[in-house]
Design a protein around this ligand. Structure first.
Ligand code: NAD
Length: 340
């Protein structure tokens, strides 16, 4: 079985990807420092995949530890690099924390496996587009000045990877630009675990519905969108996880060389108010929400053109908004009943 290193494999997207890798016949090796995840996710994964995956607890910023890992885990065919800090607001407050973690971990990892023909998938983000001039946004749209240190780490990391490939590296690299991952695995054993007050809409909705938060605030209903609220391309995390398998499969082909980048979304925009309606429809739960003022830094609307992903990656999102909402709600209820 092909061994794939999954950094950040106990996190939200990483844990779902571990499941999809196993289903596709790969052997995941999980790396995580538990800075934003819970070790019990390992038991939850065991319950889903039927065996305990290999797990190394280490901080990828620790260069010696990463070198040691590469000396131990030698027969690695692919790396999926999720490990990073991701809270936009926190990155504005503590920029160096973000630049340090997101760059040191990437550089240490790339150095440790350099010289080997490893297929590398990088977690990028649609934040690189800012507010695009044209919608849906295609991969060749101009990258806009980053709105936050977090967004900047994704832009610079993409450039670093391209520079590395131009220098004749043995890696093959794909950057996946995720749109807005939501939802949870159908088992309700894994899902998003926001630490503190959620920054994203869907965990805020589910935490409000369960009674942890008083109300959801819709930040602005006076945008130039059909219902006035912001529009995003929400994608089910299981669909997103499957895109990583598709990226590995593509790089395994001899015809693929070098570096490429793909949008990973549904290709459809959904407004904040539509998400709230979908949540109420899919779960039967009435949500307490209010309209508030616009929030600094929010782009008005963004959704992705996924033609390239469909044609080249041979991947497309399948799960709709109602499944996103019902699975997120099942997960919230599961952790309320049995906290991790
Ligand atoms: P997450 O925080 O749930 O998972 C990241 C995992 O990496 C965590 O388990 C954390 O403990 C681990 N980690 C962080 N720094 C580490 C280090 N130095 N060494 C070892 N482990 C470390 O985040 P996620 O939502 O699963 O996101 C995964 C990736 O996708 C990130 O790179 C993120 O920037 C990117 N991304 C996420 C979103 C989103 O909305 N969730 C959108 C676009 C891109």
């Amino acid at each position: 079985m092909k061994k794939i290193l999954v950094t950040g494999g106990l996190g939200f997207i990483g844990s779902h990807t571990v499941v999809e890798l196993v289903q596709a016949g790969y052997e995941p090796v999980i790396i995580d420092d538990l800075s934003n995840s819970h070790v019990s996710i390992l038991d939850q994964l065991t319950a889903i995949i039927g065996y305990k995956p290999v797990f190394h607890q280490l901080d990828l910023c620790d260069e010696a530890a990463v070198q040691n890992l590469a000396a131990t885990e030698t027969d690695i065919e692919g790396i999926i690099h999720f490990a990073a800090f991701k809270a936009v607001g926190e990155s504005v407050q503590f920029p160096l924390k973000y630049y340090r973690n997101n760059f040191y971990s990437l550089i240490n990892l790339l150095n440790a496996y350099a010289g080997k023909p490893v297929n590398f998938v990088f977690s990028s983000s649609c934040t690189v587009y800012g507010q695009p001039d044209q919608l849906p946004v295609t991969e060749d749209a101009p990258v806009k000045p980053a709105q936050s240190p977090y967004g900047n780490t994704k832009q610079i990391a993409e450039e670093m990877l391209q520079d590395m490939m131009a220098s004749g590296s043995k890696y093959k690299v794909i950057s996946l630009r995720y749109f807005n991952p939501v939802g949870a695995h159908e088992s309700a054993l894994i899902g998003e675990l926001p630490i503190g007050v959620p920054q994203n809409l869907v965990p805020f909705i589910t935490q409000t519905a369960i009674g942890k938060r008083e109300k959801v605030t819709v930040f602005g209903n006076d945008y130039n969108t059909p219902d006035g609220s912001c529009v995003r391309d929400y994608i089910h995390v299981v669909d997103l996880a499957k895109a990583h398998v598709a990226a590995l499969r593509l790089m395994e082909q001899d015809s693929f060389t070098g570096y490429d980048v793909f949008n990973i979304g549904t290709g459809k925009g959904t407004s904040v108010l539509e998400i709230i309606t979908a949540f109420e429809r899919a779960t039967g739960v009435k949500l307490n929400y209010v309209i508030g003022p616009r929030r600094d830094g929010d782009v008005e609307q963004v959704w992705g053109d996924v033609t390239k992903s469909e044609q080249v990656l041979q991947w497309r999102a399948e799960l709709g908004v109602d499944t996103m909402m019902s699975s997120a709600w099942a997960w919230e209820q599961a952790i309320a009943k049995k906290p991790l």
